[in-house]
Design a protein around this ligand. Structure first.
Ligand SMILES: Cc1cc2nc3c(=O)[nH]c(=O)nc-3n(C[C@H](O)[C@H](O)[C@H](O)COP(=O)(O)OP(=O)(O)OC[C@H]3O[C@@H](n4cnc5c(N)ncnc54)[C@H](O)[C@@H]3O)c2cc1C
Length: 480
């Protein structure tokens, strides 16, 4: 099982076991055949507008492919906006070297230009700057921003936070500017297959059941929704207690008087301890992170983590949404009633979408495993280099990890790429490298590869890697 470095921790608010009802299993019905209207015939269809999907759509469109992006909700960004998981970590390593550029950096730059992204200044990356370290320790954001270097000193990582509301707007703009078409409120429910080749997708929406045909389909649904019906080999094993074996429910509390809170904590430490213990005794949690967006004063972020091994099970998802919402509101009521500084606070927002971190993953042309983290050797078809910051001593030895294009290519299904956290990796690799910046790298590579496959009239598995590499570098990717 993957081990976190000492600075990374995960405490679940709820265990993994949920009583299930319903699903009796045996009985089935046969649906009547029906004609479905084809609403688009295009080059590249991207399923899901999260970090992987927007990168894929933009990259494919920029590389010249006629592209459409399909998203079930009314906004783009997936977890990075709708999940209120607006922290983009591990852009650089413990030594201060940036590894992730390209589309991810472009999003950060565009948001920073609108004062909607914040990150430590470049001169502090990999450095022990006490004032900067203190800011993140105080914010309870150590696991995203601070690591120990070889000398045991705290150093600052390159991690960015983005404003989810501005990001939703900017992501629409980036996608449309790139020339991709966008359909929101569109659930992709099934692939259209011709033998083992994906030829398009079926969608369901307020407009009914419709079809889209495409030369390449990119599954960026996070959970790999298309995969089971394509016959693609997948795995979904997760180790209880790991980061990927959890749902997340995030909410933001506003109008907190943090000065009053800090004064209370420092001037009356015994009383502060008493209050935190009382909140815990009453079933709440007194812990939160301070909002790190510059314009957010008096806002705190609460990330509730709920262990789950079934992140595509609607019964489990419903149970978690209902119980965690109840706990979250109760938690805020306890803070409001007991904790100085929270008297006039209110919940300004809870994540519109439940946070998933694990789920199915393909067994692709290359299956990344824990061993691939312990090497200095790039692949011949490296499409991304990731900073490895979360494995304690191992990260100091191997500060970067490589990903081959083959990890996005299913083994036997044609016309399909996977550009989301369902990429081809075992539990241990996925545990560390399925975050927002990683999925953006997968998306950028998959989009460019899909466009090249269409242009050259080849299968996605036979894309000319030299051309793919040039296309990625042209758009800022940092490759070996
Ligand atoms: C509690 C928690 C905290 C996390 N914290 C961080 C963090 O701080 N930083 C970080 O980088 N990562 C974090 N992660 C992980 C990160 O959010 C995900 O790994 C990342 O968002 C994966 O990106 P994705 O594009 O694969 O999927 P998603 O972000 O899930 O995006 C998938 C998109 O596809 C859409 N979609 C899904 N199914 C369909 C369908 N059938 N039809 C149409 N559209 C569909 C969804 O609506 C969504 O927009 C966290 C995860 C959790 C659960």
């Amino acid at each position: 099982m993957a081990q976190y470095g000492s600075e990374v921790y995960h405490n679940y608010d709820q265990p993994h076991q949920f009583a299930k009802k319903g699903a009796t299993g045996a009985k089935t019905i046969t649906e009547a055949q029906r004609k479905v209207q084809v609403i688009r015939e295009t080059d590249v269809i991207v399923v899901g507008g999260g970090p992987g999907g927007i990168a894929a759509a933009v990259s494919a469109a920029r590389a010249g492919a006629k592209t459409i992006l399909l998203e079930r909700y009314g906004h783009l960004g997936g977890m990075s906006t709708g999940g209120l998981v607006n922290i983009i970590p591990n852009l650089g390593d413990i030594y201060g070297t940036q590894h992730i550029g390209g589309f991810c950096q472009e999003v950060i730059d565009r948001l920073a230009a609108r004062s909607a992204a914040c990150f430590p200044d470049k001169r502090f990356w990999g450095k022990s700057e006490a004032a900067v370290v203190d800011t993140y320790l105080k914010a309870n954001m150590m696991h995203f921003y601070i690591r120990k270097n070889k000398e045991g000193k705290y150093v600052v990582l390159y991690t960015a936070v983005i404003d989810p509301e501005v990001a939703k707007d900017e992501m629409n703009t980036i996608v449309l500017e790139a020339g991709a078409e966008l359909l929101l409120h569109t659930w992709v429910t099934a692939p259209i297959m011709d033998g083992n080749r994906v030829k398009g997708v079926i969608v369901e929406s307020k407009s009914g059941r419709q079809a889209l045909l495409g030369k390449v389909v990119i599954d960026s649904s996070g959970d790999g929704d298309l995969l089971p019906a394509t016959g693609t080999e997948t795995v979904d094993y997760m180790i209880p207690g790991s980061r990927i074996a959890q749902f997340g429910f995030v909410y933001w509390i506003s109008n907190v008087d943090l000065k009053k809170y800090d004064d209370f904590m420092t001037s009356e430490p015994d009383k502060y301890k008493e209050v935190t213990q009382e909140i815990q005794r009453l079933g709440g949690s007194p812990f939160f992170s301070r909002g790190l967006l510059d314009h957010q004063e008096g806002v705190v972020w609460v990330h509730r983590l709920i262990g789950s091994l079934h992140q595509t099970d609607i019964e489990e998802m419903t149970h978690i949404d209902v119980t965690t919402r109840k706990q979250s509101v109760r938690n805020w009521e306890l803070l409001r009633d007991y904790m100085p500084g929270f008297e006039k606070s209110y919940i300004m927002l809870s994540s519109p979408q439940l946070g998933t971190s694990g789920g199915r993953r393909i067994v692709g042309e290359y299956y990344l495993t824990g061993k691939d983290m312990d090497t200095d050797t790039p692949f011949d078809d490296t499409i991304a280099v990731f900073a490895d910051n979360d494995r304690g001593e191992k990260s100091l030895l191997y500060p970067k990890t490589y990903v081959p294009y083959r990890a996005l290519v299913p083994k036997e299904t044609e016309g399909l790429l996977v550009a989301c956290r369902a990429f081809s990796a075992d539990h241990d690799f996925s545990e560390f490298f399925n975050l927002i910046p990683h999925c953006m790298c997968f998306g950028q590579a998959a989009g460019a590869a899909a466009a090249l496959a269409v242009k050259d009239g080849v299968d996605v598995r036979n894309v000319n890697f030299a051309a793919l590499r040039s296309e990625l570098i042209k758009h800022g990717a940092i490759l070996p």
